[in-house]
Design a protein around this ligand. Structure first.
Ligand SMILES: [Fe+2]
Length: 179
């Protein structure tokens, strides 16, 4: 437990908030690496549009990792930003596509964002009861991540509003459905 925390927060509350933030920090670090991996591996028709669409999101997500790491430090704990910290936090699988088409990567990214946003919303729920300041940070991040998820899904959507990835439960299945 941290020797100090921010005023008005109990040590127990801070410990729970920090644990939640550390897991989301590792998830953001993993996400910006995954997005760069997609940026490098996407091929085929419409390459340049998606290759270039990814980079602003990488910058945004790296900035969000910085915000959560500094929030952990503000709460009196040490943020862990190493590759091992990512691995230790991971309850999700490594991104499963290598070189692949634009549609396949966008299909897989749809599932990546479903998982990420669901967990960020869970973190909002957990921290909201204990520390509304942290909750507010996570809410702001989630709104922008949901907007980027829409950018991804707009490539997978039919004119009747159906998603090509509907019902897929793995990145590979989502990629196959999106091809
Ligand atoms: Fe690049």
């Amino acid at each position: 437990m941290a020797p100090f925390t921010t005023p008005g927060l109990t040590a127990d509350s801070a410990a729970t908030v920090v644990a939640t933030l550390q897991e989301r920090l590792s998830a953001l670090n993993d996400l910006h690496l995954t997005l760069k991996h997609v940026h490098w591996n996407v091929v085929g028709t419409n390459f340049i549009g998606v290759h270039e669409m990814i980079d602003p999101q990488v910058e945004l997500v790296r900035g969000y990792a910085d915000t959560l790491a500094e929030r952990i430090a503000t709460l009196g704990e040490s943020p862990k930003g190493t590759a091992k910290a990512i691995e230790d936090s991971r309850s999700w699988d490594d991104y499963s596509l290598g070189r692949d088409t634009v549609q396949a990567h966008l299909g897989a990214l749809d599932l990546v964002y479903v998982g990420f946003i669901t967990s960020h919303r869970d973190a909002i729920e957990t921290t909201g009861k204990l520390d509304p300041v942290t909750e507010d940070i996570l809410i702001g991040q989630t709104a922008e991540l949901e907007k980027f998820h829409w950018f991804v899904r707009a490539h997978l959507e039919s004119y009747t509003g159906e998603l090509a990835t509907a019902g897929a439960t793995s990145e590979k299945a989502a990629a196959d459905q999106a091809r």
